[in-house]
Design a protein around this ligand. Sequence first.
Ligand SMILES: *Cc1c(COP(=O)(O)O)cnc(C)c1O
Length: 331
Amino acid sequence: MRSAMVQAPIGDDVYGEDPSVRNLESLAAAKVGKEAGLFVASGTMGNLVAILGQANRGDEAIVGQDTHSFRKEAGGMSVLGGVAAHPVTTDAHGRMELERLEAAVNPDDAHLAISRLILLENSYAARSGAPISPGYFVDVKAIAQKHDLSIHLDGARLFNATAALGVDAVEITKHVDTVSFCLSKGLCAPVGSVVCGSAQFIRRAHRIRKQVGGGMRQAGVIAAAGIVALNEMVDRLAEDNANARLLAEGLSDISGIVVNPSEVKTNIVFIALSEEETRSAHEIARILWEKAGVLIGVKDNRSFRAVTHYWVGQGEIETLLDGFRKVCLQS
Ligand SMILES: *Cc1c(COP(=O)(O)O)cnc(C)c1O
């Protein structure tokens, strides 16, 4: 990636003249079966541009109550787009129950905001990165069509989901109007996401990207890493998913820790402390660092969140397991 970045042909992408950015955008669009793509700075910017491109001020977007675009993006859709979220409860896999989803669509009534958009997410980060299979998208699409709503898919981790499901991304993305995915995270690029959709939508999204300050000039330097990500990193994500399962299985044998390996289908592992463990997650994280040289992400007072990727393989997982064994035996 570093050498691709050094060698990348570049131009001014604000004028649409950067060949590496154009190349990345068409590669990305092809990967998800859409007409066009737009390179953006982050997954958050991808969602924002997609939402602002499909909903007006005062419109409502129907979302899972723990979806990233609603809970983890600093309220951007309402702050910057005036789009209100209409949250719907999700099941253990991050799916909104279809009846509830349909009931969230507002009738034509002056008291109510206009329902415009359904926001989906796959894999579903807040549910251990659960992969959601194409059938759900078929069902949601039917509801969207019936009520004339658009669907945006936050596919930040889409290829971890498709690796787990063993399906081509298009089997999912053909049921949504727009999709964004990260080139960073599991795909290892240092920066960037792509939002994809119809050519007409992308023309509109291009102006919105400018409005939110996302027009970048010689962006080919970073797009080059994204091209390597798409060409070389997608097919290896099954390894990350398998390593996450390995981590969960190893942890499930350690007393003081509660993890459910069968929940782990992609690369995210939620690790909880059992009731007998009286120390807080912060305390344990500190001891793990001091005694085993392992840094772990604390999710809340009683749990951690670990994510596998290219740089966290079986060796690192062994180190983490050894660290937990040491720390937990101490108590
Ligand atoms: C990481 C993530 C995002 C946001 O991506 P950033 O590049 O961090 O802005 C959006 N949605 C999901 C599901 C994510 O996991």
